[in-house]
Design a protein. Structure first.
Length: 367
């Protein structure tokens, strides 16, 4: 058990830095188009990849141009995970990122730039979670929920890292995993299906599902990256069956999108190895129900009538026993897919950069 959890942890930590492209920090500037009515101010943080600034090209691509018609402001942060890379620990990097984002939110609200949307790609989502906790701890001095909302993309703290909840501090990282914040703000959560960071199996003893999730992180060559693909996906293409909403005790509404993955990441290298596509397709049909049984969302759910109704796929519960995982999974049925109408692309508008309180001591531009 310890060995399996350790392996999952190592995969998560080492892979957190391979997702969002970043560039060297630049001077703070806020450019606003005077002749265009902008719908919102988007404060966007990039993922960890040896730098701390997200370029406007990446901001434009985020969620298929969802923020193209907004004022886009890059919020800088160290984006380091020492000792994996850089000199700043994961915990300190997250704290600095939260400081910078909180300051940027307060500045924009004070300037009347609401509504403000805070967007975090990959590891920077943890900084957004921390800001939500701070606002919840001091509601008297926090912006109102109608002024600010949050969007977390590929947030490991809402999936993989929850398996380490309760540990005082993760070794070497100076980072303690905390529960998902209970916040009055509306939160949009985006996770790629089978992303080992943001969509780690609930039933970790399903070894096939864990291996498949690891393949989806983008850390291993030849398997692609479900994690990265989800960052640039169009949410209007996500089937209704993959969208859930919940309201917490503080009144905040969380909307979660699980971006579908057409094939199991674990099988992606096979065609390049000479395996015929029809064989790969057959393996996908055979193995996918076993993988899907590792996720609670695929379990049948009871409704008021007492009948059982699936959410995203009809699958049997593997219960709490590791031994039950594969045997029960063979009874799983096919997934139902429904398409939504795509959202038209917007013409790019304004962009800028939020000033940082602190920056990483050094960074390299990486793509």
């Amino acid at each position: 058990m310890i060995g399996k959890l350790s392996a999952a942890f190592c995969t998560g930590v080492l892979g957190l830095g391979v997702v969002a492209a970043v560039a060297t920090p630049t001077t703070a500037v806020n450019v606003r188009s005077a002749d265009v009515s902008l719908t919102a101010t988007a404060l966007i943080m990039g993922g960890a990849n040896g730098g701390g600034h997200i370029g406007d090209d990446i901001m434009l691509r985020t969620l298929a141009g969802r923020y193209a018609n907004d004022t886009r402001i890059a919020v800088d942060w160290p984006a380091e995970i020492a000792p994996v890379y850089g000199t700043i620990s994961m915990g300190e990097s997250t704290r600095i990122g939260a400081d910078n984002l909180e300051a940027a939110i307060r500045e924009q609200v004070a300037n009347g730039s609401e509504p403000v949307i805070a967007v975090g790609l990959s590891q920077s989502s943890e900084a957004l979670d921390e800001v939500m906790r701070r606002f919840a701890a001091d509601p008297a001095h926090a912006p109102s929920p109608d002024q600010v909302s949050f969007v977390v993309l590929g947030d490991a703290d809402r999936s993989l890292m929850l398996h380490f909840l309760g540990l005082p501090t993760l070794p070497l990282l100076d980072y303690a995993v905390q529960p998902v914040p209970v916040t009055p703000y509306n939160v949009t959560v985006v996770a790629g299906e089978y992303d080992g960071f943001a969509d780690f199996p609930d039933r970790w003893w399903n070894i096939l599902a864990v291996a498949n999730a690891a393949a989806g992180t983008g850390f291993f060559p030849g398997f692609g990256s479900v994690h990265e693909q989800a960052l640039y996906s169009n949410l209007n293409d996500v089937p209704a069956s993959n969208i859930t909403t919940s309201t917490n005790s503080a009144g905040g509404v969380t909307t979660k999108y699980v971006v579908p993955t057409a094939d199991l990441p674990l099988l992606r290298p096979l065609p390049s190895m000479g395996v015929p596509q029809n064989v790969v397709d057959q393996l996908n049909v055979l193995l996918r129900p076993i993988v899907d049984s590792a996720y609670v969302r695929n379990d049948p759910r009871s409704v008021g009538s007492g009948k059982s109704q699936p959410v995203t796929a009809a699958s049997v519960d593997t219960s709490v026993s590791p031994a039950a995982g594969v045997g029960s999974a063979k009874k799983a049925a096919a997934r139902a897919v429904s398409a939504a109408t795509p959202k038209p692309r917007s013409t790019p508008k304004a962009t800028g950069t939020a000033g940082s309180k602190r920056q990483a001591t050094s960074s390299n531009s990486t793509n």
